[in-house]
Design a protein around this ligand. Sequence first.
Ligand code: MN
Length: 306
Amino acid sequence: MAILGSMETLSPRDVPLGGLRAMTVRRTLPQRQRTFIGAWCFVDHYGPDEVATHGGMVVPPHPHTGLQTVSWLFSGEIEHRDSAGFTATVRPGEVNLMTAGRGISHSEYSTGGTTLLHGAQLWVALPEGARNIEPGFEHFAPEQLVGDGWRARVFIGSLLGADSPVRTHSPLVGAQLEVEAGSTLRVPVDAAFEHGILLDTGAVTVDGTPLVVNGLGYVPAGQDTIEIVAAQDARLLLLGGAPFGEKIVMWWNFIGRDHEEVVEYRAQWQRLIEGGSSDRFALPVSDLMPPIPAPALPNVQMLRRG
Ligand code: MN
């Protein structure tokens, strides 16, 4: 964590995604000092990567529980296929929200036509009342809002007069913001929300504090405006929500509430991919690749965080 002025900034760490050709992402959430921003609990930011050099995204079928995944691209295309029967092409400026609920599996492959892959993969933790709902998938292409020196696409929740219809289960917001060099965008926000601001490109200050490229600035609850001043053309993601208020165990691709739950999720996934049956998971139909086995469990009790 770097303290720049008054804003806490979460610095990214490089994480290989795994799979055959390991693509590397920049992870800013979770961190040792911060598990959540609202219900946002996972922020992976990647690219721009030349697919010819880096191999693109090759993530065979793997499971999720207790969360929603939010895919947002700046360039390239990803083919999504899941066990609830949805297939979709993820495209720049369009949100794809997958609700894992009680259990889903999916695969993600960048398309053959993709030369440059650049985007973010985000997770939202589901609250107690929604974490065991049936899995689902939603797609939404937000209209571009255009103001004086700025543009925005609101993909989750409500911001700048726009509303996203995709279903979330706690108060949340997510938007792409672009601010031109020399311009200021004052974003009215819900004062009950905490926010994270990921700087993808350009140079900005947020409430007077410089934000480093690829860093996630943290704005605590209690303010009704966030001021973004661009020194260079900038593109950002604004993520916010009401403080989550529940503790979770997050391990591999699972979110549960205690160690034993996560052990059960893992056992069900392993049973399924070894040819047995599972009442929680299924596989995407006619996937291109075999499913990913879960890693070995840690030797210690997994602790609740948040
Ligand atoms: Mn996934």
